[in-house]
Design a protein around this ligand. Structure first.
Ligand code: SF4
Ligand code: F3S
Length: 460
């Protein structure tokens, strides 16, 4: 039997799709290239913006007609809506879209094997009558449980979720409402996944959570494990392992501690790159966003990080045009950018999200003004990115080769530990290996490089 995933949203969803795909493969299912030809299609959805949900509604309408066609041909077709929209809209999705067979929120993922069992028994496309599944779905809301592995087939990099949910309630964000309160995964389960990934020859992992810095695992028997302690454990687990690079996402400035910075600096396995969302440079806006740090604290943190790791690259997120934002507030953001000089940034303008606190805030900024302010932030960031990257031409770097360049089949694309893209001549056999290169020039935001060794090397 065959399956297809359509995954939207953040890395958490990608990791969860990879974990579900693993369950399917272990049961003998095989992946196909599109949802139209699959026996089972899973839409793993995101609720972060209204537009993200609209897109999925559009896809569901398409699947609606596909299902009709498949039914008329006597071919079974099962559709599962998973992820954050499933969590937010629940069974209502089935009422709205007849094509949807199951709605599987992030916490009710435990139902997945039961669904597969029903399909494997050939009980046809109308599976809603299956009592055992209905009982699980309508019973007491289950606790979220972590999958044991999130490795995508044939990959040499993997996400390792360490937390689920978020307690922060930033006033613009829907995530805490759809993902629930923070749950930390046990260190034993994280260590076990790392060992499994090492056995598979994985080279790079990214520890994932909405707010990794507030990781805290308590089981009542032993001393609690916090994020710095977890980093120590990860450093220990990856010693003499093929995993040579470890990243973590997302870091919240209010929770990033000096101990975490110290542990990161002490262990070279942690990549010299940190994504530290600032969102805005004005205290008034940060306060309205409920971010619970000030620009001064953020700048202090940047100093501390750079003192501990002078060669680190920093990236961030900016959200401009928040209700009540003034011209002075925007100037403060541009000023913060000048002071920090981020390697890159994800930049957005505010869009009201129903169900969040900021939806009712007064002082919405007009569309044109929002766009104009965002354009100013983007222009400054582009300038900084170029300045920083140009300074790096001529340096020697280790890169992890990720794949073939989309623009030139004779070129490979790799990434430095600072999260910079590098194009280097080579053949596909090098994919998944580290290489030492010299950055010879810059085109756009991608370096061109020459390899320094004849063959890609391995650390181990
Ligand atoms: Fe949303 Fe804030 Fe939590 Fe990030 S930290 S997921 S922005 S509430
Ligand atoms: Fe979207 Fe859910 Fe991630 S709302 S951004 S998929 S946590």
């Amino acid at each position: 039997m065959t399956y297809f995933f359509e995954t939207y949203g953040c890395q958490m969803n990608s990791a969860e799709s990879a974990a579900l795909a693993l369950v399917l493969r272990e049961r003998g299912w095989s992946a196909v290239e599109n949802g139209e030809s699959a026996d089972l299609t899973i839409l793993n959805t995101c609720s972060v913006r209204q537009t993200a949900e609209q897109r999925v509604f559009g896809r569901l309408a398409q699947y609606q007609s596909l299902k009709k066609k498949r039914r008329s041909l006597g071919q079974p077709f099962t559709l599962i809506v998973a992820g954050c929209m499933a969590e937010r809209l629940g069974e209502g999705l089935k009422e709205k879209f007849d094509a949807v067979d199951y709605v599987m929120g992030t916490a009710s993922r435990s139902v997945f094997p039961a669904i597969l069992e029903t399909l494997e028994k050939g009980q046809g496309p109308d599976l809603r009558s299956d009592d055992s599944i209905t009982a699980i779905l309508t019973g007491e809301k289950p606790q979220f449980s972590f999958s044991s592995s999130h490795l995508e087939e044939g990959r040499f990099r993997s996400f390792v979720p360490i937390m689920h949910g978020c307690n922060n309630y930033c006033s613009y964000c829907i995530v805490p409402y759809v993902r629930g309160r923070e749950i930390s995964r046990s260190p034993a389960s994280i260590a076990e996944e790392i060992r499994l990934l090492s056995d598979r020859g994985v080279r790079e992992i990214t520890l994932l959570g909405q707010n990794v810095n507030s990781y805290r695992f308590e089981d009542g028997e032993r001393a609690p494990v916090d994020f710095p302690a977890l980093l120590e454990l990860v450093a220990h687990e990856t010693e003499s392992s093929p995993i040579r690079w470890v990243r973590f996402l997302s870091s919240h400035p209010k929770d990033l501690s000096s101990q975490a910075i110290r542990v990161m600096a002490e262990h070279p396995v942690f990549c010299r790159h940190l994504h530290l969302c600032v969102q805005h440079g004005s205290n008034a806006v940060l306060n309205a966003m409920n971010r619970r740090y000030t620009r001064e604290r953020y700048l202090e943190l940047v100093d501390e990080i750079r003192q501990a790791m002078p060669d680190i690259s920093l990236s961030t997120d900016f959200l401009v045009g928040f209700p009540g934002e003034t011209e002075e507030d925007l100037e403060l953001t541009l000023d913060l950018m000048e002071r920090v000089k981020f390697h890159y940034a994800y930049m957005y303008h505010y869009n009201p999200r129903e169900g969040t606190a900021a939806y009712d805030f007064p002082g919405r900024v007009g569309e044109e003004l929002k766009r104009n302010r965002l354009a100013r932030v983007i222009a400054l960031q582009k300038k900084h990115t170029q300045e920083l990257l140009k300074r790096r031409v001529g340096s020697r770097e280790t890169i992890l080769i990720e794949g073939i360049s989309r623009k030139n089949a004779d070129e490979l694309i790799g990434r430095t530990e600072r999260d910079e893209m590098v194009a280097v001549p080579g053949t596909t056999s090098a994919i998944g290996s580290f290489a030492q290169v010299s950055l010879s020039s810059l085109r756009g935001n991608t370096f061109r490089a020459k390899e320094l060794c004849e063959t890609p090397f391995r650390f181990d």
